[in-house]
Design a protein around this ligand. Structure first.
Ligand SMILES: [Zn+2]
Length: 127
């Protein structure tokens, strides 16, 4: 449906170029031992994911931004909507950050790689 847009690759973790297959070895981010395990290349379009050594260190900046967004969202929900006190809100924020960590980790990698690569219709076609 959203195929061809960067959002599709970001939310599904598929190859940023052809969006035909997952970049990750395990599709489940909560499979913690494999959370960051990625295939080296896309078997469909042969895109190398790790453009350069330690390419994904840059994803930490994205991860930081996502973390702040999660914290703000958790705070608004607990403090404003549920009217809980600040201490409870604090623990809910910590909890959300920990629980959502694997998702944050992958989303930030997906966003990061999509900042450098774009969908290519031609490469997506030839199977
Ligand atoms: Zn590909």
């Amino acid at each position: 449906m959203l195929k061809g847009s960067k959002l599709y690759s970001i939310f599904t973790g598929t190859c940023p170029v052809c969006q035909s297959e997952s970049m990750y070895v395990s599709s489940n981010p909560y499979n913690l031992s494999k959370a960051t395990a990625m295939n080296e290349r896309c078997s469909h379009c042969n895109t190398k994911y790790k453009i350069e050594p330690s390419f994904f260190y840059g994803a930490m900046y994205v991860s930081y931004g996502l973390g702040v967004a999660i914290a703000v969202a958790a705070f608004i929900i607990t403090y404003s909507f549920l009217s809980l006190d600040k201490l409870t809100a604090f623990f809910v924020i910590l909890g959300s950050l920990v629980v959502l960590m694997p998702i944050n980790l992958r989303l930030s990698r997906n966003i990061w790689i999509n900042m450098f690569m774009s969908y290519d219709k031609e490469k997506a076609k030839d199977a």
